[in-house]
Design a protein around this ligand. Structure first.
Ligand code: DSN
Length: 422
């Protein structure tokens, strides 16, 4: 706790929350698949003096003076992002993944135009046009789904039929709760038939693409990629939009970011993105990405062995979705609460063709990016999965839960988050 000396001296109330969160992260295991632990170098950049600076515009074309260093650091972030994903253009200013998606829609479409995206209940995301979102009032969203929820196979015939019927401007590949690889070439073929842009929302798997263990949609010819920077990419909280090669698209995206949607970019986060992208370019990050997948497979094996239903029949990436209500009679909500009690953090999640509600669904979603950052390998992944199921099967047994909690604490304390990854 040597990192917060000024806050400690000045503001006991806020210090207590930081100390509490440090302790929570150190002693518990983080299995929410969209979370990770950043290095101290990324934290330093995120907490740096760049937070003081207004920098509307882009490097070399700013509205305010004093941009000697902001220009340099934004260009470093841009260059590293382009290198990581094989893109010709990168905009590193989006404040998050949701912002990146909304900006991308406005850059590529006119109000009333149509997007074809993955149904939320089959793994898509709120920003892919859920009825409760603001963008749903501006654009028209149509959906594709899985053909078989127990294999995860996408129904590409239906996708094509919907595309031919609705003539979308954008065909969107991407998800926040789907555990298989997509056939990006099929998306591109269908998009060509109907004259649509292809966009990949790679928020969840950007780090695994950068690490070379999952396919890169740009290799299949996708036009644009949106992502967060804080999930598998292990950077600061934020977003990014990449354009494969089309300069006109890249220019429209830049305009849609600023002045279209955002004001001054968060330069402290852009500096932190630059640092994180530097880490992601190292050989160590490739090894990390490989281990994320190996650990997810180890957890999958335990759930299969124990007869617990996994959506998509398992995983090809970092995340798993389990039907704990169907298999164990425990709701996703109860599972989240009882696992939190023993120091395991994950989230309740709707499953495909859900019969319950969003706030009290049948499933849990969990994954391996954060635990792998702590240096945990197959042995720990296997044991964690066993402890999860033991807890769920004995959720009212206080003695059993206390034993699980002490094993989890011991496992976490013996795998502290490294301060540096390079
Ligand atoms: N909240 C992020 C996730 O958990 O997937 C994206 O919405």
């Amino acid at each position: 706790m040597s990192h917060y000396n000024f806050i400690k001296a000045q503001d006991a109330e806020v210090y207590a929350t930081l100390a509490g969160e440090e302790e929570r992260e150190a002693r518990g295991i983080e299995l929410i698949p969209s979370e990770n632990y950043v290095s101290r170098a990324v934290l330093e950049a995120s907490g740096s003096v760049f937070t003081n600076k207004y920098s509307e515009g882009y490097p070399g074309k700013r509205y305010y003076g004093g941009q000697q260093y902001t220009d340099i650091v934004e260009n470093i972030a841009i260059d590293r992002a382009k290198q990581l994903f094989g893109a010709k253009y990168a905009n590193v200013q989006p404040l998050g993944g949701a912002a990146a998606n909304v900006i991308m829609y406005f850059a590529l479409m006119e109000p009333g135009d149509t997007v074809l995206g993955m149904d939320l209940s089959h793994g898509g995301h709120l920003t892919h046009g859920h009825p409760t979102t603001a963008i749903n009032k501006v654009f028209n969203f149509v959906r594709y789904k899985m053909k078989n929820v127990d294999t995860g196979e996408i129904d590409y015939d239906e996708l094509r039929a919907v595309a031919l019927e609705h003539k979308p401007k954008i065909i969107l590949a991407g998800f926040s709760a789907y555990s298989r690889e997509l056939d990006y070439t099929k998306f591109v073929e269908i998009a060509k038939e109907v004259g649509a842009y292809t966009v990949a929302d790679m928020a969840h798997i950007a780090g695994l693409i950068a690490g070379g263990v999952l396919k890169n949609p740009f290799d299949a010819g996708f036009d644009v990629m949106t992502t967060t920077t804080h999930k598998t990419l292990r950077g600061p909280r934020g977003g990014m939009i990449l354009t494969r090669e089309n300069e006109d698209i890249a220019k429209r995206i830049n305009k849609a970011v600023f002045p279209g949607m955002q004001g001054g970019p968060h330069m402290h986060q852009i500096a932190a993105k630059a640092v994180a992208f530097g880490e992601a370019l190292t050989p160590a990050f490739k090894i990390y990405s490989q281990q994320v997948l190996v650990n997810a497979k180890a957890m999958e094996a335990v759930f299969k062995r124990e007869g617990v239903r996994l959506l998509c029949g398992g995983t090809d990436n970092h995340l798993l979705l389990a039907d704990v209500f169907g298999s164990l009679g425990v709701t996703g909500k109860d599972a989240e609460v009882v696992l939190d009690e023993v120091g395991i953090t994950l989230n309740k999640n709707m499953i495909a063709d859900e019969t319950r509600t969003a706030m009290d669904p049948s499933g849990i979603r969990f994954g391996t990016p954060a635990m792998t950052t702590r240096g945990m390998k197959e042995k720990e992944a296997t044991r964690l999965a066993e402890l999860m199921l033991e807890t769920l099967r004995h959720k009212d047994d206080a003695g059993k839960k206390a034993a699980v909690k002490s094993e989890i604490t011991e496992m976490c304390l013996s795998h502290p988050v490294p301060e540096s990854f390079v």
